[in-house]
Design a protein around this ligand. Structure first.
Ligand SMILES: Cc1ncc(COP(=O)(O)O)c(C=O)c1O
Length: 378
């Protein structure tokens, strides 16, 4: 019987990541003045739409999307037109062009899982029709395309830090040009849930790295902090939901979580994620089942996208072996009709997100690859 070892979908927080690094290079977007830190990426989408004045105007958005970015745009008053994404996850510039109309004010592009979209072609269409280009980099922090950071070409760039880094929440907005809108600066979120999530993540890390002792520490911490954790749960503002909550759209990132961002060794994160992706790719050995079947230079992969015939069964198998694989984007926003986009419908039905993050070691990756191969056989 194979030993059960939990393999988390996101990196946990080790003590080294709380120590400020001296002399380390800050990578984009952290090296840009004007990066606004928000509680969630969706708050950044909403703020970008407000700053660009999209209310009442049309925005061309990809048919393959999470759903909450669409909800944030709609809440800011934008009208949406959905465009084709092909089977390889590429937003089709010709289809985008065909949807441009007199009310088009922005083209919204999502760089999926760290892999760059054709921003040159999309930027040209935006320029030709006098529209803004918005780059959604929620899934592509630290990634590059054609030698340039993703998010550096658009009029606005959206980020979501907690998907890549061990922080409990956090999004970002970078505007090419800051516009006066009367929007207030983001307000700090409640502190207790932030501290509670960070402590929890550190205890998970201790358990993963020091086995019995870490498990003991976690049990002891749990038994002495019940009332504090209950209060933290009451005050918590959840992340990762599919709904846009206007009641928390004004919130920013907590100072303690933002400090962790500055301690990150971004170059190491990129190196490890790339090496882990390549290892999975080699060990799974089915490039025909990878949505992105090669890793171009500069890409910082968020996860390994594996296409399976029976997603429910594959996920059940992965979860039963302790692998926190994610059901990637099974459904989109109800405003988009999948029937008009068969390739998107197939991606939604087939893509499973396998972890390849920086906190995973070779043994864990071997286990992910082994179970993934089994899932493909089944
Ligand atoms: C493409 C995309 N944009 C924006 C967001 C919003 O990020 P957040 O969950 O931080 O609000 C998400 C969330 O999954 C996303 O997938």
């Amino acid at each position: 019987m194979e030993a059960l070892m939990a393999i988390p979908s996101v990196p946990d927080l080790g003590p080294a990541q709380l120590v400020a690094r001296s002399g380390g290079r800050l990578l984009f977007p952290f090296n840009r003045a004007g990066l606004e830190l928000t509680y969630l990426g969706r708050n950044a989408v909403w703020r970008a739409a407000k700053q660009l004045g999209l209310e009442g105007w049309e925005v061309i958005v990809p048919a393959y999307h999470h759903g909450v970015e669409i909800a944030a745009l709609l809440h800011a008053g934008a009208r949406l037109r959905f465009a084709r994404v092909d089977a390889s996850g590429r937003l089709d510039p010709e289809d985008v062009r065909s949807r441009v109309g007199p009310r088009t004010r922005a083209i919204y592009v999502i760089h999926y899982a760290g892999f760059p979209q054709p921003v040159d072609a999309l930027g040209e269409i935006a320029r030709e029709c006098g529209a803004f280009l918005i780059e959604d980099c929620a899934l592509s922090l630290f990634s590059h395309g054609d030698g340039r950071p993703l998010g550096s070409r658009g009029d606005a760039a959206i980020f979501c830090f907690y998907k890549t880094l061990p922080v409990p929440h956090g999004g970002g907005l970078l505007m090419r040009e800051v516009r006066a809108t009367g929007l207030e600066a983001p307000a700090p979120p409640p502190l207790l849930p932030t501290l509670s999530h960070m402590a929890g993540s550190m205890l998970v890390s201790a358990e993963r790295h020091s086995g019995g002792l870490g498990r003991w520490l976690r049990t002891v911490a749990k038994s002495f902090t019940g009332h504090v954790r209950a209060r933290a749960r009451r005050e918590d503002i959840p992340v990762g939901t599919q709904e846009f909550d206007p009641g928390v759209a004004h919130l920013g990132m907590s100072a303690v979580a933002a400090r962790t961002l500055r301690c990150v060794d971004a170059e190491q994160v990129v190196r490890r994620r790339r090496a882990n992706w390549l290892l999975l790719h080699e060990r799974i050995g089915r490039p025909d089942r990878a949505t992105w079947s090669a890793l171009p230079p500069g890409v910082c992969p968020l996860f390994y996208a594996l296409e399976v015939d029976d997603k429910d069964r594959a996920l059940r198998l992965l979860w039963s072996r302790g692998i926190q694989a994610v059901d990637f984007w099974r459904s989109g926003h109800p405003a988009a009709s999948c029937e008009r986009f068969p390739e998107v419908e197939a991606l939604r039905r087939r893509v499973v997100e396998l972890p390849c993050h920086q906190a995973l070691g070779p043994e864990e990756l071997e286990q992910v690859a082994r179970v993934a191969r089994e899932a493909l056989k089944a």
